[in-house]
Design a protein. Structure first.
Length: 84
């Protein structure tokens, strides 16, 4: 796949944590919507692209997100801590 910005094929995919905030002073008290997409990053120009997961789209459309409604998906590559 080629970068839409510079046409480079030097891209890599990463996991990400992104919080989308509602704009405007009228939304200042609304919590953001957490999303955990895969992000494609061009390693030549830095252009990055992701798609918002379908599970979070209704939260963005209604403007009434809650932190409990956007859980982080389970993943085998998450950091684990050891008990002392």
């Amino acid at each position: 796949m080629y970068c839409p910005s510079c046409q480079s094929s030097n891209q890599q995919e990463f996991t990400a944590e992104i919080i989308i905030h509602f704009s405007g002073l009228e939304n200042i008290d609304k919590p953001g919507v957490w999303v955990f997409p895969r992000v494609s990053v061009c390693l030549d120009c830095g252009s990055s692209h992701f798609a918002t997961p379908k599970t979070e789209l209704p939260l963005l459309a209604t403007g009434a997100p809650t932190f409990a409604a956007s859980p982080r998906p389970e993943s085998g590559d998450q950091c684990r801590t050891r008990a002392s």
